[in-house]
Ligand binder design. Structure first.
Ligand SMILES: CCCCCCCC/C=C\CCCCCCCC(=O)N[C@@H](COP(=O)(O)O)[C@H](O)/C=C/CCCCCCCCCCCCC
Length: 216
């Protein structure tokens, strides 16, 4: 019998813990780790079905923009989110009033992912504190309405909330996360959440300081 290589199991724990490795000792956020965190989340979302592919495509597109900046000739300026903001602002590489010359700046692209991170934070907290009868679709919709929805056009909101209805129930969702029992999922979420919240808070503060929270 031929030796078979065991297929690597996808674990959401590893993905969520990636956000831990984003933070440097002086509280800067490493772009590569941040982007890798999103890559893993998109992989997880893809496993939930093709109804999420329009969301996945947008996320992949934004991840790719960040990777292109990082791999470009000024890639070192994109090592952390802080150095990226400084570099792009110092060199007038950000469209501040309307999308014009720099429609794919790192700053505006990151802002979209940053807003989505708030959705993730709210959704994970709802999952963590949920009970057996809680519906993932309701938790996801509530988290969306309290975060990303206010930045989306009506048609996107409609499509997103319709897609959320296709989410598996709580038990099946926890199973897909591949973390273990419900207790282990809850413990893992409790462990990962502070890092996600920290990354969100630091980015929010960075954007607030530079008046970048409404970039077109
Ligand atoms: C333990 C649970 C883990 C949950 C894991 C969830 C995995 C989620 C993975 C990825 C989330 C997708 C992030 C989407 C980024 C959206 C960025 C955005 O706002 N883009 C809009 C604006 O962009 P510009 O036009 O200004 O360039 C764009 O219009 C959006 C288009 C697509 C629709 C976005 C809907 C976002 C819903 C986010 C919830 C995902 C739900 C996944 C279900 C688990």
């Amino acid at each position: 019998m031929a030796d078979s290589v065991p297929e690597e199991k996808f674990s959401l724990k590893e993905v969520l813990i990636t956000f831990q490795s984003c933070l440097t000792d002086n509280q800067e956020i490493l772009t590569d780790s941040y982007v890798n965190g999103w890559r893993g989340l998109v992989r997880f979302m893809n496993s939930l079905g093709s109804i999420f592919s329009f969301i996945s495509k947008d996320a992949v597109n934004k991840i790719q923009i960040m990777v292109t900046h990082r791999n470009g000739e000024n890639g070192d300026k994109y090592e952390t989110l802080q150095s990226m903001v400084k570099y792009e602002l110092d060199n007038n590489l950000v469209d501040l009033q309307r999308r014009a010359e720099h429609p794919e700046s790192g700053c505006r692209t990151l802002l979209r992912l940053h807003r989505a991170l708030r959705w993730l934070e709210l959704f994970l907290e709802k999952l963590r504190t949920s009970t057996e009868g809680s519906k993932t679709s309701v938790m996801c919709t509530d988290a969306y309405n309290d975060s990303l929805a206010q930045h989306h056009a009506w048609i996107i909101r409609k499509a997103a909330t319709m897609a959320f209805c296709a989410l598996p129930g709580r038990a099946a969702f926890f199973h897909t996360m591949n973390v273990g029992s419900t207790e282990q999922v809850v413990a893992m979420l409790g462990e990962a959440m502070p890092f996600i919240s920290k990354v969100y808070e630091i980015t929010e503060e960075l954007y607030k300081q530079h008046n970048l929270l409404e970039l077109p």
